[in-house]
Write a protein that binds this ligand. Structure first.
Ligand code: FAD
Length: 468
């Protein structure tokens, strides 16, 4: 009997799918955003999808996978875009879609199962007591809260609250280990960093406790500029207006807004750059007054003044921002790709100017303003008009040479997409929680190859990657 057959026998009574087409579909995420990852990972598939309905069922799956040496890759909604959720060595896709209950809401706090869809959590907390999550990715309507914590970094709300991994933005995680007898751990404070943004390589999150803030009917606003850098300076200035409550602040360079935001196209000229904003309704008059003080800015669209008919069919503006900008671009021009860049404070505006002057329309800019250690600064998710991998690497090198670190979205490992160094805390926890190395194999270089030289600039090729 093969290991998989023994596993299936052990798991009888659980929801198991082994139809190869459905398994392949559930083995994919948004890796295809990257032409590099698309080439490397297109063939990747798991062997079965198991969809537990309770934490007790998750424990059964983990225990059995440990006994039969079968790899386990956790899946939330599969919206990660670095191949985080792709099962490189096959095995079980642990689909948490049915672990989706909101369990408790109290002032400032929500407790939910890890597979809950983020917007569904907000629906419940809003209805309960006018509260909402501080942060969400632009995939608000599809992504799970557990997937956001294990695979994401920040997003809408980061202009106020910083990143997901900033202390205080997650309160508690309940985590299962992959051992002969899986343990149930409750993590808080410093311990949270063991599993946050670890791509599910060292534990399975089953429950989250998150802070809440006051909910508003956020007003979507698009402000137009003839010159992109005027938009950047505006964003920097408005982000620093302490009395204005914003939830999103993203300058995007012409011609992207007109060319990619097809439903909003009627509001935007082709040569116009924009700043996409979400503003609290009570702050709208003050926000409009601030725009009025800027001779080069004009409000092109605000959702609180257009009539309901005109609004129909328009996506919320958070679905024009973060990686939705890239997604909308890919629908119009499948040849593009993108990068993730940090423009370090306090010279972020000047760094943006240098890079946009240097790269022009080959790399049209898209910035996201965020609060980073209390300072307003910006990250970039610039679009790249892709030609070759060599040129893409050259564009990354130019950023690094100009003091703008790249978080490479064309790599599937934690280290290459992040700080290019071993995360000792996550590695130590993997040794403890996943001694056989069965959780999401191939994503943590420090586990696979402790002597790997991050400065070599070579691509890490996971030897366990199953060939097509
Ligand atoms: P998945 O893709 O299913 O999983 C992500 C990773 O976490 C995988 O490695 C998976 O194995 C692991 N994982 C999932 N659930 C668990 C669990 N319960 N326990 C342990 N490990 C787990 N990201 C941002 O941070 N901000 C954004 O604004 C943003 N915008 C995006 C826009 C688009 C159009 C796309 C395609 C992606 C975007 N992303 C963004 C990336 C992605 O959407 C987020 O990371 C998202 O929150 C992932 O959630 P998910 O449920 O789809 O997770």
């Amino acid at each position: 009997m093969s290991a998989l057959d023994s596993l299936k026998a052990d798991l009888s009574g659980l929801q198991i799918e082994d139809n190869p087409q459905i398994v392949k579909q559930k083995s994919r995420d948004f890796f295809w955003y990257s032409p590099v990852l698309k080439q490397q990972l297109d063939h990747v598939t798991g062997d079965l999808v198991v969809t537990p309905k309770s934490e007790a069922e998750v424990i059964r799956v983990l225990k059995s996978c440990y006994a039969h040496d079968v790899p386990v890759t956790v899946r939330g909604a599969g919206t990660g875009n670095y191949g985080q959720a792709m099962p490189l060595s096959g095995g079980v896709i642990l689909n948490l879609a049915e672990l989706n209950k909101v369990k408790e809401i109290r002032p400032g706090v929500v407790v939910a199962e890890a597979g809950a869809i983020i917007s569904k959590i907000d629906e419940e907390t809003r209805a309960h007591s006018g509260q909402e999550l501080r942060l969400h990715p632009s995939t608000y309507r599809t992504a799970t809260i557990g997937g956001f914590i294990a695979g994401g970094s920040g997003g809408i709300g980061s202009i106020n609250w910083g990143g997901l991994r900033d202390l205080g933005n997650v309160i508690r995680l309940r985590v299962l280990t992959l051992e002969a007898e899986p343990r149930v751990l409750e993590m808080t404070g410093e311990d949270l960093h063991k599993v946050m943004h670890a791509y599910g390589t060292n534990g399975v999150i089953t429950e989250v406790e998150m802070p809440l803030t006051a909910a508003y009917d956020w007003v979507d606003v698009v402000v137009g500029f003839d010159a992109f850098m005027d938009g950047v300076r505006f964003a920097d200035a408005v982000g620093n207006q302490d009395g204005l409550l914003l939830k999103e602040l993203a300058p995007i360079s012409a011609p992207l807004p007109h060319d990619y935001f097809l439903r909003h196209q009627k509001y935007i000229r082709k040569d116009q750059s924009v700043v996409v904003c979400m503003v609290a309704p009570f702050a709208m008059d003050a926000f409009a007054a601030f725009v009025g003080r800027q001779p080069k800015a004009s409000i092109l669209y605000r959702s609180d003044t257009v009539d309901e008919d005109a609004k129909k069919g328009l996506p919320p503006v958070y679905e024009l921002a973060w990686n939705h900008t890239t997604l909308r671009g890919l629908r119009v021009d499948p040849a593009i790709t993108y990068l993730q860049v940090l423009y370090p404070f306090p010279n972020h505006v000047e760094k943006v100017r240098i890079m946009t002057d240097l790269l022009g329309d080959e790399v049209p800019a898209h910035l996201e303003f965020v609060r980073f250690d209390g300072k307003i600064t910006c990250f970039g998710l610039p679009v790249v008009r892709y030609t070759t991998e060599e040129r893409l690497n050259e564009i990354m090198r130019l950023h690094e040479e100009n003091g703008c670190p790249i978080f490479n979205p064309h790599r599937y490992t934690l280290e290459e997409g992040g700080m290019k160094q071993t995360d000792d805390v996550q590695l130590a926890f993997k040794r403890e929680a996943d001694p056989k190395g069965l959780l999401n194999p191939g994503k943590m270089i420090a586990w696979e190859d402790p002597n790997y030289d991050y400065s070599s600039d070579k691509l890490f090729l996971f030897p366990g990657l199953k060939r097509a």
